[in-house]
Design a binder for this molecule. Structure first.
Ligand SMILES: [Zn+2]
Length: 113
């Protein structure tokens, strides 16, 4: 958990951001809520539960990182090599995934440069 950390400041990010960290990054109001539920994450098109792509452990938003291959990796196995390491990387990755879902492929362009 990274509660209270300045997660908007990419420069000072020294551990891997979780799904929960990212959810709070794009919707800071979540930090004020006493309890979060699956709906809060569904609204952001983010997973609440999942499985670690490496060891298959059950994971949830607070201990799930965004893997570089597009699957979730638990904090049990995530490292800087296999997981996205900051909010900008995650944002770019999510934008790419969402564009693909919408049938738009920006791969050939420099939108994420
Ligand atoms: Zn794992």
């Amino acid at each position: 958990m990274t509660d209270g950390k300045e997660i908007d400041n990419v420069e000072r990010w020294d551990c891997l951001p979780t799904v929960l960290d990212f959810a709070c990054h794009i919707n800071p109001d979540l930090r004020k809520k006493e309890r979060l539920n699956g709906e809060d994450f569904a609204d952001l098109n983010l997973p609440f539960w999942g499985g670690c792509a490496i060891c298959e452990a059950s994971i949830a938003a607070y201990n799930a990182c965004f893997g570089r291959h597009g699957y979730l990796i638990g904090t049990c196995c995530a490292d800087k090599e296999n997981a996205l390491t900051n909010m900008l990387e995650i944002q770019a990755d999510r934008a790419k995934a969402e564009n693909k879902e919408n049938g738009i492929d920006y791969e050939d362009h420099d939108y994420f440069a």
